[in-house]
Design a protein around this ligand. Structure first.
Ligand code: ADP
Length: 211
């Protein structure tokens, strides 16, 4: 959980800046009766949070929409790997029946499919429903036959959550497999290491707003 709690001194600094802006760090230090060195850490935290703005040779300003700036700053520092879930993966030979059982047991909406250890497809709830309704023997149909193949929309763990949310929206899908690239026989392959879904992003949003 991300906790945003200003110290008493940081609160004081914010009110000093609000009342006297623009104000230099020397002036803040003398009002608080502390050294500039002691003040430096607090000033850099407040600037990083988007609460204060430092303009060279002018001084510090208070940023009006500090709360929303802070939300944006927090989100921009969160990576996919910080909020991703475990991926649920089956092989392309898994039957349609077993894939449906996996979907229920693992309580997910999307299942990723591997062929020889690398990502080859995706199946969603509607893909499964559609194929049950088409009437074949669900104990015989391998999932590789009905899965969505390339191009699969993916993301890397080091990418920002905003990039992930945007990619989910633009592709009109529920989740993205988090992948690592590797080479095999001079072909680029993707190993699935995580899953980032609309639920992960909604949870993050609620957590940030709580703070
Ligand atoms: P549902 O079909 O249950 O509404 P989605 O909106 O996630 O779920 O999926 C819509 C379609 O997009 C499905 O056919 C699914 O196979 C495909 N799909 C889902 N995720 C991806 C992805 N990451 N890359 C490519 N296709 C995907």
């Amino acid at each position: 959980m991300i906790i945003i709690q200003l110290s008493v001194r940081q609160e004081k600094i914010v009110s000093i800046v609000k009342a006297n802006q623009p104000i230099t760090s020397e002036q803040i230090a003398s009002i608080l009766n502390i050294t500039r060195a002691a003040l430096r850490a607090d000033l850099s935290v407040l600037s990083m949070m988007g609460i204060l703005d430092a303009r060279p040779k002018v001084g510090y300003f208070y940023i009006k929409n500090a709360q929303s700036n802070f939300l944006l700053k927090s989100v921009s520092e969160i990576k996919v790997e910080d909020i991703m879930s475990l991926p649920i993966v089956v092989t392309d030979q898994t039957t349609l029946y077993d894939t449906i059982v996996t979907l229920f047991l693992e309580d997910v909406g999307t299942i990723y499919v591997n062929t020889n250890g690398s990502l080859s497809g995706v199946v969603s709830r509607k893909d499964l429903l559609k194929n049950i309704m088409s009437g074949g023997d669900i104990n015989k149909i391998p999932i590789g036959m009905i899965m969505t193949r390339k191009p699969i929309v993916t993301i890397k763990k080091s990418e920002n959550v905003i990039v992930a949310a945007n990619r989910i929206n633009e592709s009109e899908i529920d989740s993205l497999p988090v992948v690592e690239e590797y080479y095999e026989d001079e072909h680029i392959k993707h190993r699935v290491i995580g899953r980032i879904s609309k639920s992960n992003i909604t949870k993050l949003f609620v957590e940030l707003c709580k703070n």
